[in-house]
Write a protein of this length. Structure first.
Length: 93
């Protein structure tokens, strides 16, 4: 499980760098390893792996609604029988 947590956090860090300041981040991310075009696809498959899904979203930041992207990273372990999930929001700048 520790490896899955580490893999997921590493991917979060990498995706944050790729998304920050990018006008069309989804187009950039489509070529990245682990990209999934739907949330359902993120959970399909088998074995130990780390994948992610990105969708446009809005969130409240400092009492204002801002545009950005909701990113979900899932890392499977124990031969794919278990997983951890990290979800975060990156504001467009």
């Amino acid at each position: 499980m520790t490896s899955a947590i580490s893999d997921a956090q590493t991917r979060v860090d990498q995706l944050t760098v790729l998304l920050w300041g990018n006008r069309d981040p989804i187009a950039v991310l489509e070529g990245e390893s682990g990209f999934n075009d739907s949330r359902e696809a993120l959970f399909a498959g088998s074995g130990n792996r780390t994948g992610f899904y990105v969708e446009r979203a809005e969130a409240a930041v400092d009492d204002k609604i801002v545009d950005g992207h909701k990113v979900t990273v899932v890392s499977f372990y124990n031969e794919g029988r278990r997983h951890i999930e990290l979800t975060f929001f990156i504001e467009n700048n």
